[in-house]
Design a protein around this ligand. Structure first.
Ligand SMILES: *Cc1c(COP(=O)(O)O)cnc(C)c1O
Length: 474
């Protein structure tokens, strides 16, 4: 497909300031001396170009998107409508509190709802994504020990963790100490005990972890850490598994981030915008970023008066439109949030049971909202997990997350979410079983996939380092 610049026909879509409408009020020095360099195509051609591009894109509205760890659930369209209300879209972030009571009320009520859902005591809505929430949480932990006058330089992180966990802790100046997982895919308690000393500031955990397995010993872990004076950080990316059933406060955590764009149904992928609120327990409230949204019984206001605040972590007050969508989702779901988790877990277990004969399942346990297969059986026929992912694209399905978590060889991480029907999942199962079959009988077919997509295989490293946006398919 050609780029829009290659489609330039010298035809202009509209005429600005022609003839009588000459913009005389502009001084000559401000007028453009050369052509603007825009592609000259008609309005209809521009529309067709971008529509054709968007048709080639894959999205949740087009098909099954079982991207493990990313929670690609249905995002109700009414949320978009609400987030684009005039009063929200045209509100300047610097207006006085008295002129934005509605927006502040929404943020305050969202804070209250998220505190209830997580069980935590205080919250900031500022961070723009999960990873920034992690960084914020680690900055809070760092400042907490600084103010206490304790020097603690280490953060323990399970070997199954998402890469952003060690990255965030390291960015804060902590040394990372990995702790290994046991044969059940959970933190090895004895290994953890041997790593805990007075230098350990915190442990960062995800529960259920990235294998989709609930950490049964989480209370024991909390006890070990707290007896050592250390804190517990909860990566809430997998919250979709536990809403209404458990919460990080009950599990003994001190800091939590949520990914509103995952659990609370706002569109993501392609870079955002996202939102990663951070919730903390009482003893950490004096370290939250400023401002937080507060209510004095009469009016809502932005509170900048936080004793040991780590400062602001983002311009203004967070990605407001994402907050509106998440709040709308929570209001609409109400008590059914619990049912969403229930169905997400049920769907994942259904798929796991259907696929575990054809694909190796390294941790054969009841799973939470996602599970991790291995492509090891198919590897025997020369078919890699990457090949399987590419073959799925021929089946009009978005591939699952692959090669993560790192502790599973040839990992295939599947998360159906609660929004999919049994029919959709059954279709996915038959595509996956057919691929497993083909891998045995005609491996070349899978190895050379995809066959039906607009773009075949690309060198992903080269594409990231040296993007050639003028690429034309033969
Ligand atoms: C998605 C994810 C993150 C990072 O969140 P972003 O919003 O993408 O920055 C961290 N941990 C886990 C387990 C995740 O799935």
């Amino acid at each position: 497909m050609k780029t829009i610049f290659e489609k330039d026909k010298g035809i202009s879509g509209i005429n600005l300031c022609d003839g009588d409408l000459e913009c005389d009020f502009l001084k000559d020095e401000f007028k453009r001396k050369s052509q603007l360099g825009l592609p000259n195509v008609s309005e209809l051609e521009a529309l067709r170009h971008y529509k054709a591009l968007s048709d080639r894109n894959f999205c949740i509205e087009k098909g099954f998107y079982p991207l493990g760890s990313c929670t690609m659930k249905y995002n109700p369209k009414v949320n978009e409508l609400l987030a684009s209300l005039d009063g929200f879209v045209n509100l300047h972030p610097l207006v006085e509190d008295s002129d934005c009571q509605g927006a502040l009320e929404l943020m305050f009520k969202l804070q209250e709802a998220l505190k209830k859902i997580t069980g935590m005591d205080y919250i900031t809505l500022q961070p723009a994504a999960g990873a920034q929430g992690e960084l914020t949480g680690m900055m809070i932990i760092k400042k907490y020990f600084e103010v206490k006058g304790e020097k603690r330089s280490k953060v323990i992180i399970p070997d199954s963790a998402h890469g952003t966990n060690p990255a965030s802790a390291h960015l804060c100046g902590f040394d990372i100490v990995p702790v290994k997982s046991n044969e059940k895919g959970q933190v090895d308690i004895e290994a953890l005990r041997s790593l805990v000393d007075s230098d350990v500031a915190a442990i960062m955990m995800t529960n259920p972890n990235t294998l989709g397995i609930f950490e049964e010993n989480v209370l024991e872990i909390s006890k070990i850490m707290h007896e050592n004076g250390s804190l517990l950080y909860y990566d809430g990316a997998n919250f979709n598994a536990i809403m209404g059933y458990s919460n990080p406060k009950l599990m003994g955590f001190d800091v939590v981030h949520l990914n509103l764009h995952k659990t609370f149904a706002t569109p993501h992928g392609g870079g955002g915008p996202g939102s990663g609120p951070v919730c903390v327990v009482e003893c950490l409230k004096d370290f939250l970023p400023t401002p937080v949204v507060a209510y004095d019984g009469n009016r809502y206001f932005r509170d900048y008066n936080i004793k040991h605040s780590i400062g602001s972590v983002k311009a203004f007050y967070g990605n407001f439109s994402v907050l509106v969508k998440a709040y709308a989702y929570i209001l609409m779901m109400g008590k059914n949030l619990k049912e969403a988790s229930e169905n997400a877990v049920l769907n994942a277990n259904y798929l796991k049971e259907k696929l575990k004969q054809a694909y190796y399942l390294p941790y054969d346990e009841p799973c939470m909202h996602e599970f991790v297969l291995s492509g090891d059986k198919q590897k025997e026929y020369g078919v890699s997990t990457l090949n399987i992912a590419k073959a799925l694209m021929d089946g009009d399905t978005h591939p699952p997350t692959v090669y993560f978590p790192l502790i599973v060889h040839e990992a295939i991480m599947i998360e159906p979410t609660e929004s999919e029907t049994k029919e959709v999942m059954d279709d996915f199962v038959s595509i996956m079983l057919k691929i497993a079959d083909d891998a045995k009988v005609c491996p070349e077919k899978i190895i050379s996939a995809p066959h039906n997509t607009p773009v075949k295989r690309i060198d992903e490293t080269l594409a990231a380092r040296h993007p050639n946006l003028k690429f034309v398919q033969e």
